[in-house]
Ligand binder design. Structure first.
Ligand code: GLU
Length: 283
């Protein structure tokens, strides 16, 4: 029997899918087919301030139009907040996260005033107990951040953290990659407003869904570094990564949610077929 192969496409329903999403979904789907494996769809809808039901419905419709099918049921992150909370509790119990009461502006200021301008990522530390208690008593909102310092202490350094890249990072990185989570700083694992954040949810879900291969755009290559650290801290398996190139438009810029004309629905209305779209993408 060949090794299991499970991959996923994990869009956020905060806009309509565009050409770039189609490329990513088609890459993952084709890889699953080639390996005789499974292709899963995950709806990353934890950001209740930005998701819309209309966009989620459009994801299913657009992917079906592309000719894709996926294993049911679809995992919708908003239905699994307890899983992320449990992971956060686990990290908190080990002293690996701390409460951060800073506003965005305060974080930006702290980074700007760092010595030598060397700090382009945010790192901090827990507040003194009394101040933290006072802020909590006042009901001030806080985010939970991963403490790189505590993580380093717990693992005795990050040297043992590696992952396999079968695609390409933005600078041609491939093969066995040394994870450098310090590049991301003390990332937010639970946002003030929604109680969880991207990295934590993705790491939990990839493990819970038995994802063996993460296939996604090269813009998320850096994310793999901190996600690798979270896998180690939470005792979760590390999938293989295949970051793919990002499609660029005629202006050389990658497609983004702002390119209304390049949404799959706009293309479809303009007479595009899934076959031609694949061809244009070189698939
Ligand atoms: N939800 C993320 C996005 O839409 C993708 C996350 C991932 O593939 O790890 O960009």
């Amino acid at each position: 029997m060949s090794a299991p192969f499970v991959t996923r496409f994990a869009p956020s329903p905060t806009g309509f899918l565009h050409r770039g999403h189609a490329f990513s979904a088609l890459c993952a789907f084709a890889a699953a087919q080639a390996a005789g494996g499974d292709f899963l769809l995950r709806i990353e809808d934890i950001d209740a301030t930005r998701v819309r039901a209309e966009f989620e419905a459009a994801i299913y419709e657009d992917l079906r139009w592309l000719g894709l099918s996926w294993r049911q049921p679809v995992r919708r992150q908003s239905e699994h907040l307890a899983d992320y909370e449990a992971a956060l509790d686990h990290l908190a119990a080990e002293g690996l996260v701390y409460r951060c009461f800073r506003t965005r502006r305060e974080v930006a200021q702290a980074m700007a005033s760092a010595p030598h301008g060397a700090m382009d990522t945010f790192r901090s530390a827990p507040l003194p107990k009394a101040e933290e208690a006072a802020r909590l008593a006042r009901g001030e909102p806080f985010a939970w951040r991963l403490s790189l310092e505590a993580a380093q202490g717990r693992l005795g350094g990050f040297e043992s953290l590696t992952f396999r890249e079968e695609g390409l990072g933005p600078n041609g990185e491939t093969g066995l990659i040394q994870a450098r989570p310090e590049l991301g700083g003390d990332v937010v694992l639970a946002r003030k407003d929604v109680g969880v954040a991207y990295h934590l949810a993705v790491v939990c879900d990839d493990a819970l869904q038995g994802i063996t291969h993460v296939i996604r755009g090269g813009d998320l290559f850096e994310a793999a570094h901190v996600q690798r650290l979270l896998q180690a801290l939470l005792d979760l398996p590390t999938p293989v990564y295949r970051h793919h190139r990002l499609l660029a438009g005629p202006d050389g810029k990658r497609y983004a949610k702002r390119d209304k004309a390049e949404t799959l629905r706009a293309l479809r209305e303009a007479g595009m077929t899934p076959e031609r779209l694949r061809q244009e993408m070189g698939l």
